[in-house]
Structures are given as structure tokens and as C-alpha cells.
Design a protein around this ligand. Structure first.
Ligand code: PGA
Length: 242
């Protein structure tokens, strides 16, 4: 694992944006794995800025998102589909035909998961962007998820629901389940970029990097991947030994 420490969130976001922009310029047909949550918003802002100022085109880029809440339709303002449109897709020239996000509004979750795995196997991810939960989750793969898991229905732990409650009017409205790409799907990406910012991520980052890989910290599975780059700000890196 390569670790890149940046002074603050802004510099971290600019650093990772450069890498994604170079990828898209070098291969305009790239497949990107994208994440939701607060952490990648700065990256998406940089991609939008570059698209507007320099014209980097996403016309032939495909994207796969990590996860989606079950029970929220695509047009629900807390769905991850809605988030991605607001934060990125509406502001660049990507075709929504090339955008893949599990459908959390489906009546047949199992069929949706199978179809997503099938699509992923046909379209290997060049670069996967990840955040990390305070409990070490990646996507919605909570502690205990086997490292060979693929896209499936998952139950959100209480801590994750609390972490995400800030986006909803009340805790009762936070969904209890999601569809999440599995850890194996994430490990199948050619390159994995994990982003973390702030003191509240410092413990998870230390465990991910320094502890022996274990299902208690899903992100520690990344130690088994040949090309992972961790982009962190100084606060998130503050508990690393070296
Ligand atoms: P955050 O979420 O970016 O909102 O901190 C990260 C995650 O839970 O994976």
C-alpha cells in the first residue's frame, strides 16, 4: 500500500483529481468505480472544475457506484443515484447510459445483485475510489463481511446508520439495508484509491494499514491488493506509526 499524506482535505482532493483526470485523458473509455459520502465531494468538485476549464470529456467513460440504499427510489433526494447526479453527473458530459448504480427501489433485490455482478464482470474497473467508515467498512461491507463477498444485500450496523443520519430528517428515516458491491468486486479493480480525511478516520486508517488483515476491518483486505494508494490528510494519518 502506498500512503500519500496531504496537508488538508483540499490538497488531498486536488491530488486525487489529478490522477483521475490523467486516467481519463489517457484512456477516454476508462471505467471508474465511484463512491458517495462526504469524502469524495472535493474530488468531484475538482473534476467538474477541470471539465469546465479544460474540457476533459467523460462521454465514453463508464462508472460503477459501490452501493445504494434499499427502499429509496432513484429520484429520492437521499438516494445515492440522486447524490451522484447532484455532485457530479449533472455537471460533466457523461452519458447516464454509461452510469451503473444498483437500483435500491427494485422489488427483486437478489436479481439486481446478480445483474450488477454480471455487469461488473463484463467491465473491469480501472480505478476504484473508496471512502472508509469509522468502523473500517468499505462500500457498505461492514465488519465481518468475508473478503470474497460479491454484490449483495447487506444490513447496515447501528454506527453506520448514525454516521449517515446527518443527511436525513430523523434516524428513523435512515434505511436499514443496502445493496453493496462486495469486497471481492473491489479487489478486482486494477487500482484502488482510498480517501480519508479528519481525526475521526485516524483509527480506521491505522487498523487498515498496520493490523493483520482481518474481517473485523473490511478495509484491511486491501493489503492483499497489488496496487492501492491511500490519500489521507494529516488528521486521518495522525495515528500511523511511521
Ligand atoms: P464519509 O463516508 O465519506 O461520509 O465519511 C465514508 C464511508 O462511510 O465509506
Amino acid at each position: 500500500m502506498e500512503i500519500k499524506v496531504f496537508k488538508n482535505y483540499q490538497e488531498m482532493s486536488e491530488g486525487v483529481a489529478k490522477l483521475i483526470i490523467n486516467q481519463v485523458i489517457n484512456n477516454p473509455q476508462s471505467t471508474l468505480g465511484l463512491a458517495t459520502g462526504s469524502t469524495p465531494i472535493g474530488l468531484y468538485q475538482q473534476l467538474i472544475k477541470d471539465h469546465v476549464e479544460n474540457g476533459t470529456s467523460y462521454k465514453n467513460v463508464r462508472t460503477f457506484n459501490l452501493d445504494e440504499y434499499i427502499g429509496l427510489s432513484k429520484d429520492h433526494n437521499q438516494s445515492y443515484f440522486y447524490f451522484m447526479k447532484e455532485q457530479l453527473f449533472n455537471h460533466i458530459d457523461i452519458s447516464l447510459d454509461n452510469v451503473f448504480i444498483p437500483d435500491g427501489g427494485t422489488h427483486d433485490v437478489e436479481a439486481e445483485c446478480d445483474a450488477y455482478n454480471q455487469k461488473l464482470s463484463q467491465s473491469p474497473i480501472d480505478i476504484q475510489i473508496l471512502g472508509i467508515g469509522t468502523n473500517g467498512h468499505i462500500g457498505f461491507n461492514e465488519p465481518g463481511t468475508p473478503f470474497d463477498s460479491v454484490t449483495q444485500k447487506v444490513e447496515l450496523v447501528e454506527g453506520t446508520r448514525k454516521d449517515n443520519a446527518r443527511f436525513f430528517d430523523s434516524m428513523d428515516e435512515v434505511p436499514t439495508h443496502a445493496i453493496s458491491m462486495g469486497i471481492k468486486n473491489i479487489l478486482d479493480a486494477n487500482v484502488v484509491i482510498l480517501l480519508a480525511s479528519g481525526k475521526n478516520k485516524a483509527d480506521a486508517i491505522k487498523t487498515m494499514v498496520e493490523a493483520k488483515p482481518h474481517v473485523d476491518c473490511p478495509a484491511s483486505a486491501l493489503q492483499n491488493h497489488p496496487h492501492v494508494i491511500v490519500y489521507v490528510d494529516e488528521e486521518a494519518a495522525s495515528k500511523l506509526s511511521k
